[in-house]
Design a protein around this ligand. Structure first.
Ligand code: MG
Length: 383
């Protein structure tokens, strides 16, 4: 059916996620990322955009129920359609599910969960019956075959992304003879249709392997800050260990381990950023294994716990409150010990100290207190 997009400009977004995810090891559209299936994130920019009036999620038969649930959470009118054997066949199924009022169609891969609002706005603002987000190629291109290697000229070579925007009549015509193509833009170009390119985005990654999800976590900048605090009483007959460095002092910190308050505060900061239970859970104070333990070694174990949970420490900042001795002469050694335990460059570790100006028990030298902040980024979970 021919529909004039000028008179009938309703825009629908067709999100195609009916592949079996052969290279991914499971149905990719429903692989979980940040607590939601990929197709939720892929469809979300369209659900948020006020110009887009309708969603169509094209999924495998067995994914219809979770797709309905995704639609419900996205809170935009939509339809779930069952995909075909190929991507092109799935696009046709989605097209067939559209009501006649739709004049323009965005086609998007469910495996691209990181479309920015500005990329979508660029695509929608462009003129033309076919709008394609595109990026230049900066790497050298070699075609490697059994017969040898050809070095390709990359001049004018573009990487084409989705969402791609089509006049509905054009898209219907492109698919009329049931062609197969990697994307709909290729069909438009083969057809000789007028094609408008807009700048794509490197962050608009197409997830192909599980590895790509970890990369997406990195580039999408999921960063968390954790905070920790600790205090220990100072008594005669104990060592005073601060950030793994033993300080000259006639009194030391009382505790089950070496009672390194600065290390303990930092451990809790790292655990907090990773949303893991606190230091007392992992290293119970009564546990004989931790009697006189080196807290700097426990800090390294906390880093490993965070890594196992998918968080990489990027930075640490510690503030110590201690009347005496002075921290300054030991500061560089403290920073390098913390950096080693956290697998950081020393430039990413800060140690600061102050006194309590004689106020209260800390000011009277009866204790040491420490506050710490740690910055972690999402990384690849490690065993
Ligand atoms: Mg402590």
């Amino acid at each position: 059916m021919a529909v004039d997009s000028k008179r009938n400009p309703e825009i629908a977004a067709l999100v195609v996620g009916a592949g079996s995810g052969q290279r991914f090891g499971r149905a990719k559209a429903f692989a979980s990322w940040r607590g939601e299936p990929l197709i939720y994130w892929a469809a979300r920019p369209f659900a948020r955009n006020t110009e887009v009036e309708r969603l169509v999620l094209v999924v495998r038969q067995e994914d219809v129920d979770p797709a309905e649930e995704v639609l419900r959470r996205l809170g935009k009118p939509g339809i779930v359609a069952i995909g075909g054997a190929t991507r092109s066949a799935s696009v046709r199924r989605g097209l067939a599910a559209l009501p006649p009022s739709v004049g323009r169609v965005l086609v998007h891969d469910a495996a691209r969960p990181n479309v920015s609002d500005s990329l979508l706005a660029r695509v929608l603002a462009a003129d033309g019956a076919c709008v394609l987000p595109a990026l230049e190629v900066h790497d050298a291109l070699h075609r490697v075959t059994a017969g040898g290697v050809d070095v390709l000229d990359r001049t004018g070579v573009m990487r084409i992304q989705t969402p791609q925007l089509f006049d509905r009549t054009l898209l219907g015509r492109l698919h009329a003879e049931e062609p197969e193509a990697a994307d709909d833009g290729a069909l438009a170009i083969a057809d000789g249709a007028s094609v408008q390119f807009v700048p794509g985005e490197e962050g608009n990654l197409k997830v192909t392997t599980a590895q790509d999800l970890a990369w997406l976590d990195r580039i999408s900048g999921d960063v968390r800050v954790g905070h920790g605090f600790d205090v220990h009483r100072l008594v005669p007959g104990r060592r005073l260990v601060v950030c793994g460095v033993e300080l000259p002092s006639d009194r030391g910190a009382l505790g089950h381990s070496d009672a390194d308050a600065a290390c303990h505060a930092l451990m809790d900061a790292v655990l907090g950023a990773a949303s893991l239970p606190d230091i007392g859970y992992h290293f119970p104070p009564g546990d004989p294994r931790y009697a006189d333990a080196d807290s700097i070694g426990l800090l390294a174990r906390v880093r490993a716990l965070a890594a196992a949970a998918g968080w990489v420490v990027m930075h640490a900042d510690v503030t110590i409150v201690l009347e005496s001795p002075r921290i300054g002469p030991h500061r560089d050694e403290m920073r390098s010990r913390l950096a080693r335990a956290l697998d950081l460059d020393v430039s990413a570790v800060s140690v600061k100290a102050t006194t309590a100006e004689g106020l209260g028990p800390l000011g009277e030298g009866d204790g040491i207190a420490a506050w710490a902040v740690a910055t972690l980024r999402a990384g690849e979970p490690q065993d």
